[in-house]
Design a protein around this ligand. Structure first.
Ligand code: SF4
Length: 291
């Protein structure tokens, strides 16, 4: 298997075989993201090369592989024909596989359209990890996410129509203090309209080499502290009505919430209330992320 550039994968893909179909990110403009700021430039690998890697993995791991994640920033942006060949080959080489997933932003999901997404689902693509970040247009514009709230909702609904699971990532604290309330309320209402299978929470940590770290240093982005982030999380959860699996499987979070909604809402709100009773100094300190 050959890898190019930094390889990131969601924690839920920790046990997955990682095979690159693309390198870099075609958007590469989100102000909080350092992943590909130093390259590599976005490119799609030839399908034949990717299939060689799949075959090498089969020779090495045999039938132990149950899930495959194709890393890099927005693999869904690759041409449908190429992805279809790769997913079909992966299904043939690993007939035991029960999940194949990629990262994909709403903008590229919309560009694919329902017909192409259905083709990819038929070829084996089962889930897309979508960086929603926020349901607020003000926040999305500030962080240059490349999609509006309406586009995020439309992309989420499109995945549902195409039969592809949606794992949506929300970034707590990304609206700074100023937009915290708006971020919580509008993200909850966007998620209510999308009703993704998974909502995964991460807390904003400024990363080195990013435009957003420069804003933090200049005082133009005032970060929410632990109690403010927890209150934001509470407001989001209070207003989240969609039936979904909530996870906060990330080291950046101040409280680890995991449950099925709406069933576990009261329990999860209680966990946040308990965390809010802890002194601020007992949470992880502020730090600048390096990876
Ligand atoms: S789309 Fe994802 S990988 Fe690309 S710049 Fe934004 S956060 Fe980073």
């Amino acid at each position: 298997m050959r890898y190019e550039g930094p390889i990131y994968r969601p924690p839920s893909e920790a046990g997955s075989l990682l095979i690159q179909a693309t390198a870099g990110c075609p958007h590469n403009r989100c102000t909080f993201c350092m992943v590909y700021k130093k390259g590599p430039k976005y490119r799609v690998r030839p399908a034949a090369e990717v299939i060689e890697d799949l075959e090498a993995a089969r020779a090495q791991y045999g039938s132990r592989i149950q899930t495959i994640f194709f890393p890099a920033g927005n693999t869904i942006a690759a041409p449908t024909d190429t992805l279809e060949v790769i997913f079909r080959a992966a299904s043939r080489i690993f007939p035991e596989v029960r999940r194949m997933t990629v990262y994909g932003s709403s903008r590229y999901i919309l560009e694919k359209g329902e017909k192409n997404l259905r083709r990819l689902a038929a070829a084996g693509l089962s889930r897309i990890h979508v960086g929603l970040e926020s349901g607020s247009d003000a926040v999305l514009a500030d962080i240059r996410k490349g999609a509006t709230r309406e586009e995020q909702i439309r992309a989420g609904r499109l995945l549902k129509k195409a039969g592809i699971e949606n794992s949506s990532y929300v970034m707590l604290g990304i609206g700074a203090r100023a937009l915290s309330r708006q971020h919580a309320l509008e993200t909850a209402s966007a998620l209510n309209e999308i009703a993704p299978q998974y909502v995964r929470l991460r807390t904003f940590v400024p990363k080195e080499g990013t435009p957003l770290l420069r804003k933090v240093e200049k005082g133009d982005f005032v970060m929410a502290g632990p109690h403010e982030v927890l209150s934001e999380t509470r407001l989001l959860l209070e207003n989240l009505e969609a039936a979904t699996s909530l996870r906060s499987d990330h080291y950046t979070n101040y409280v680890n919430l995991s449950g099925e909604l709406p069933r576990d809402k009261t329990r999860l709100l209680g966990m946040i209330d308990d965390a809010l009773k802890r002194p601020e100094g007992s949470f992880r300190p502020f730090f600048v992320g390096t990876e």
